[in-house]
Design a protein around this ligand. Structure first.
Ligand code: SAM
Length: 285
């Protein structure tokens, strides 16, 4: 068991700070003060972070932690943290760890009793969920939507009802994704798309999948920038009972391997094998 309490001793502290997702002014005094007082900054790309730091006249040594060097860089960074008072972790934009690196560092800090604290957390999916107009008592974030058509459908089809679900989506797949959902008979599903949140071209779109598809097809100049897509299902998309799949999986897992189980469940419940695969994969994650 591990416990960490607030530490005012100012020794070996790591502050995880969100930077603006678009509007460079969208940063708190506490975030700027903490960055200004730290011993060094851990960021993804120094060129991106320097823009923000220069705007606020902050000059600090930088350590790079990105998706490519995360495993290698961690020991060196940890060692440096243990020698100084405070360090901040920032991303190119938004919140570290939200589809950005940092998780391994946090895990190591927990193990090594390094004090951790979040400051001014702000991320694109929370902005989108709040602006979606869908109920927000239960919010799920799913990262980037799959690039593969079949997986896209499986991801949407399995979404829990009465929950606000956000996905990040890159502009070059948005039209294909909407078309794919139309082909899978989901054209009437109401969604929300948030584009360029907090930036000059912020645009929010509400409507059915078909309406949004037709709009983007006619206005390709708007398929640019950064996007979040939000779903809220009132009714389940598929009619089979997921609990039934779970029961069968639990009963069969001691007797068969996953490939065989997928075939058996697909035959018994008359569900596509790819769907059973997704459900079983979800159980293992
Ligand atoms: N860490 C970031 C956060 O806190 O949201 C997310 C980083 S992820 C690598 C980048 C993706 O986040 C973009 O492709 C887009 O889907 C979403 N995103 C980031 N900023 C956004 C914005 N201003 N408007 C809409 N989506 C945004």
């Amino acid at each position: 068991m591990l416990i960490q309490k607030r530490d005012n001793s100012q020794k070996n502290q790591l502050f995880i700070i969100a930077t603006p997702i678009g509007n460079a002014e969208d940063i708190s005094n506490l975030a700027l003060k903490t960055i200004g007082e730290c011993d060094f900054i851990i960021c993804e790309d120094s060129r991106v972070s320097y823009k923000l730091l220069n705007k606020y006249n902050i000059k600090k040594p930088i350590e790079i932690l990105n998706n490519f060097n995360e495993k290698k860089a961690i020991n060196n960074i940890l060692e440096k943290i243990t020698k100084v008072k405070s360090v901040v972790l920032i991303s190119d934009a938004g919140c570290p760890l939200i589809n950005d690196p940092g998780y391994l560092l946090i895990r190591e800090c927990i193990e090594k009793h390094i004090y951790i604290e979040c400051i001014s957390i702000n991320c694109a999916y929370l902005n989108a969920a709040i602006l979606s107009g869908f109920p927000t008592n239960k919010i799920n974030f799913h990262g980037f939507i799959s690039k593969k058509a079949e997986e896209q459908y499986n991801e949407i089809m399995l979404l829990e009802t009465k929950t606000n679900h956000s996905f990040y989506i890159t502009p070059h797949i948005i039209l294909k994704f909407l078309k794919n959902m139309i082909d899978k008979d989901l054209k009437n599903l109401n969604i929300m798309v948030a584009r360029e949140l907090t930036k000059n071209f912020q645009t929010l779109y509400w409507g059915s999948i078909l309406e949004l598809y037709e709009y983007f097809e006619k206005n390709p100049q708007e398929i640019k920038g950064e996007f979040v897509i939000v779903f809220y299902l009132k009714e389940p998309i598929v009619s089979f009972d997921i609990l039934e799949v779970n029961k069968l999986y639990n009963a069969l897992k001691k007797l068969y391997n996953d490939k065989e189980i997928i075939k058996i469940i697909s035959n018994i419940l008359n569900i596509k094998k790819s769907i059973v695969y997704q459900l079983i994969k979800g159980k293992k994650e």
